[in-house]
Design a protein around this ligand. Sequence first.
Ligand SMILES: Cc1cc2nc3c(=O)[nH]c(=O)nc-3n(C[C@H](O)[C@H](O)[C@H](O)COP(=O)(O)O)c2cc1C
Length: 216
Amino acid sequence: MKFYAINGSPRKKHNTATVLAKALEGVSAVLPDAQTEMLHLYDYSYKGCISCFECKRLGGKSYGKCAVRDELAPVLEKLSLADGIIFGSPIYFKGITGEMRSFFERFLFPYLVYDATYSSIAPKKMKTAFIYTMNVTDAAMRDMNYPEHLGGMEYFTGRMLTPPSVLYVNDTYQFMDYSKYKVECFSEEAKLKRKNEEFPKDCQKAFELGMAMARS
Ligand SMILES: Cc1cc2nc3c(=O)[nH]c(=O)nc-3n(C[C@H](O)[C@H](O)[C@H](O)COP(=O)(O)O)c2cc1C
């Protein structure tokens, strides 16, 4: 069995990558023989959907698949046969990162059939999960309707593949050394306390998310 974590952060060793690694550890704890791999989207040179509609051309060789041949193409091929995928993204301006969104356009749109029910022709309905990391607290996130904004991609993932489980990781530690940057809106002390006391709990939740995915 093959499980992937997709890191939509440009940073390979920060919050998003850390919780994604924990989720994959959770998968391995339940399925020691499963193959797990983290893919960093910023390693690949690609763009979002170019609206060529080759994925919908009747009788076309790319029907149901993205026809664009770039560095994302082999990644999409691999993912189409996954047993489970955990999508992780930092929040940039209340949404997933641009690279993550471009990835989803290329990954999900070819599976969407323009029939009466907008059915899915995904070759495999793998398990899915979303993990978001962000600066705002849980309360601020809900006040500003982040879950509603983020729900769009979760909805299409559910329609094309399977409904995702979701984990929000709030109030993340953004810099290695706050003293080197102009930051007046956050208290470094409070951020550090949260990093030391709450982030390990978030990692545990990510681990449990991975275990639950592997069990299901
Ligand atoms: C361009 C940019 C925009 C951001 N916008 C938001 C935002 O709208 N809301 C939020 O809570 N955090 C925002 N953040 C903070 C990141 O989401 C947060 O630090 C995240 O945990 C970073 O993930 P990483 O450590 O994996 O890179 C933003 C950060 C950047 C660089």
